[in-house]
Design a protein around this ligand. Structure first.
Ligand SMILES: [Zn+2]
Length: 307
């Protein structure tokens, strides 16, 4: 994929995880309705992307697309020239454990909602909570998806989950990245059909969220807003040094209003003002260094594309 590096192209992805998905992550049941995280963050992303001439990819959950106010925002995203990709229908945590039929249903229903709103089938996919497996990749391949962005090449998430489990004595979380993803490529690759984290020969391309080279620590916006802009700069410096493609990931919560829901009080620790400053600086920096295209556009310019 040298050609991509020569052209200095980067991709930015936004996971549209609204308030209800954040609540479900922490074990609370919640209704899918217009919510502060989804509604307040999208106009800000659109404004910043326009200001810095960025074309990005937004991963939509099907259930959100069924809410009129949310679908209207999705139309605005597309009108501004960005891409909508599939983030499943109901954002089930533990996707890997679903039966093949359930996986297909989640992918197809998410796809149908997107098609209804924007009149076009998505070509990219991201599983909730980085919980992909080869079975899902095979389904995506059959359904002619051209890329997936679920394999985050780090051991940090399993480590955090293990520590949390030891401290709280709580239930062992079994979903999420696997330990051996620490060894997955930190660049675009074709996964093997035996191991999703190994190089192989599938038709689908894996476009992983970039992590800091060598130390393999994520530096996406959730981490950067927590640890500061210098943390992002460090990750970006090494990514450039190693001439890696940058696929930078945001979540809706990164640019949302402060959340007033007490159950998510810990998310209030970093104020909106601080998050906005850091996110804008990141988008500005990336736009100065690269031409930022959608994930679909990037994959279509891959010289190693098979089909
Ligand atoms: Zn998500």
């Amino acid at each position: 994929m040298n050609k991509i590096n020569q052209r200095r192209v980067a991709t930015i992805q936004v996971d549209l995880d609204g308030l209800w998905t954040n609540l479900e992550y922490y074990g609370y049941k919640s209704e899918v309705s217009p919510d502060v995280v989804f509604q307040s963050s999208i106009p800000r992303f659109l404004e910043l992307f326009e200001k810095y001439n960025v074309k990005a990819t937004f991963f939509l959950i099907g259930k959100d697309g069924e809410v009129k106010k949310k679908a209207d925002l999705v139309k605005q995203i597309v009108k501004a020239g960005h891409e909508i990709a599939n983030h499943t229908y109901s954002h089930t945590f533990g996707f890997r454990k679903l039966s093949p039929a359930e996986k297909i249903k989640e992918i197809e229903k998410g796809e149908e909602v997107i098609q209804r709103i924007i009149g076009k089938k998505p070509v990219g996919f991201k599983v909730p909570g980085y919980d992909i497996d080869v079975e899902t990749l095979k389904i995506l391949e059959q359904k002619e998806y051209i890329y997936d962005s679920s394999v985050i090449p780090t051991g940090v998430y399993p480590l955090i989950m293990k520590i949390n489990q030891l401290i709280s004595g709580g239930v062992k979380r079994t979903h999420g990245p696997k330990w051996n993803w620490f060894l997955a490529p930190n660049r675009i690759y074709r996964p093997s059909l035996e191991n999703e984290w190994k190089n192989g020969d599938t038709n689908i391309v894996e476009l992983p969220p970039t992590v800091i080279p060598i130390i393999r620590v994520p530096f996406h916006a959730t981490f950067a807003t927590k640890f500061g802009l210098n943390f992002f700069k460090f990750g970006h410096y090494l990514t450039e040094k190693f001439n890696l493609h940058l696929n930078y990931e945001f979540h809706a919560a990164d640019l949302a209003d402060d959340i007033e829901d007490e159950r998510l009080a810990h998310l209030k620790a970093i104020s909106f003002e601080k998050r906005f400053l850091i996110c804008e600086s990141i988008i500005k920096k990336i736009s100065q260094k690269y031409e930022v295209v959608t994930s679909e556009e990037l994959i279509k310019m891959c010289p190693e594309k098979k089909k």
